[in-house]
Design a binder for this molecule. Sequence first.
Ligand SMILES: [Zn+2]
Length: 173
Amino acid sequence: MKYLMSIIVFLLMTTPAMAVDQQELTFMREFFNGIQQRSFDTNREYCGFVGVDEDGYLITTEPTKGEPDACYAKDAPADFDYFASYHTHGAFSEDADSELPSSDDLIADIAEGIDGFVATPGGRVWFNDSQKKTATLVCENCVMRDPNFNGDLLDPTEKFYTVETLKQRDNDQ
Ligand SMILES: [Zn+2]
């Protein structure tokens, strides 16, 4: 019984991180590494969709260039089978609370019924789970980081947020 309890506790503790498929995360890290520099150089968000091709391989749509703090992806082609959105957060700015998804980021994914991946200038990757309605930090310093990034100038971030706690965070900034 004690043994069983510790298994249950272990599962509960590891559940948030396991919400993201490791294969998807590896793919997204490589993909973000290909667009982070552009996002820093232009200080624009880049965004699009993640899907699966007919052979079962992960693919993305061509990144849409957005604004410094927003991005509206062009519609995916009709035959593009997507399950998630992705976007970057531009260059480091001490005035932008960009090391975590905004409440609007999570709300948009929930509204579309798709998950979401967000890469930050500090090299973090977040996963928005549209079913659970949560944002989870999946890794830190795991994608290209803006050379100008200085985390000491920002409020520390938690590793897990709901729509409510993200709204709270937005209001506090
Ligand atoms: Zn965002």
